[in-house]
Design a protein around this ligand. Structure first.
Ligand SMILES: [Zn+2]
Length: 290
């Protein structure tokens, strides 16, 4: 059975370790991420973006896959199914479909007041249903129209306003960006993180764009109050690498190497291995039901 992410993130915050929140794209992704969590006895947040849910056929398809895999794979660690960067409407759809946690990303709304209004309403609804909710202040930088920004910095006062609405964990920009980091990236802004943490107290913070941030910076961010580290691109890269290697070695043309179960196996194993590595890096190995 799936759980919400509140307890596991509060435990991480108290214990000064981080939990990876790994994005799923399909059946193989979900199986691989769950396998890693079980083998490492790590609590798990498996998350899905709106685009990846659409790709898989809908939020209910994703919820069904993850729910049944948890049961049929005999997963013993707590697993939360989280909506990544949901619009106001998507949050309702994901909740109806059986997601146990949602992120309302109101950072793109026209005004901060709209973000506040929506977050307030969704916090109430999510909590009535026993679900956890993440909100976002400021934007998380990324690549738009081929130009990669340097990452935005959230305003600590705005973080405090959103935190006080009762969200369970909060995403705030501290110079992090989605996708791959540019060579001239300036790194995470730890002063900004400390200033935000000071305002929001023991509220678990979320670091988006976890791919390619140097390990020492991720660890420092975790020590300063980041409890959830989002990982998406990283797993896509290792999956693609392993699959390319298989094809380039001509293995798809040997015997029944074209069988999707064989063709996708190296990529799936690469996701398992990388997820386990990241769980070790974030410190969540063995934290099971803590
Ligand atoms: Zn994100």
């Amino acid at each position: 059975m799936l759980v919400n992410a509140t307890h596991m993130l509060q435990s991480a915050e108290k214990g000064h370790y981080g939990l990876g929140a790994f994005n799923t794209n399909n059946l193989e992704w979900a199986q691989a991420i769950l396998t890693a969590a079980e083998e490492e006895q790590s609590p798990l947040i498996i998350q899905c973006s709106m685009g990846a849910a659409k790709y898989q056929g809908g939020y209910d398809v994703v919820a069904t896959i993850v729910n049944h895999l948890v049961k049929n794979m005999n997963i013993t660690v707590p697993v939360a199914l989280h909506l990544d960067h949901g619009t106001y409407e998507a949050c309702f759809e994901a909740m109806d479909a059986g997601f146990t946690s949602i992120m309302y990303d109101g950072s793109h709304e026209e005004t901060f007041d709209i973000n506040v209004e929506h977050t307030k309403e969704l916090v109430k609804l999510a909590h009535q249903k026993g679900l956890s909710i993440e909100a976002e202040v400021g934007g998380i930088g990324g690549t738009e129209d081929g130009v990669t920004g340097m990452g935005e910095i959230a305003d600590p006062e705005e973080c405090k306003v959103i935190a006080d609405l009762g969200v369970d964990f909060l995403a705030c920009g501290i110079g992090n960006i989605h996708g791959l980091y540019p060579a001239n990236w300036k790194g995470l802004q730890f002063d900004a993180l400390a200033a935000i943490k000071e305002k929001v107290g023991d509220l678990p913070l979320v670091l988006h764009g976890g791919t390619g941030i140097p390990e020492d910076q991720v660890k420092k961010a975790i020590s300063l109050g980041v409890s959830k580290v989002n990982v998406n691109t990283d797993l896509q890269v290792v999956f693609a690498e392993a699959t390319r290697k298989y094809i380039e070695a001509g293995k798809d043309q040997q015997g029944k190497g074209y069988d999707p179960r064989k063709l996708l196996a190296p990529g799936k194993q690469a996701i398992i291995d990388r997820t386990k590595e990241l769980m070790t890096e974030f410190g969540s190995v063995g934290k099971g039901w803590e």
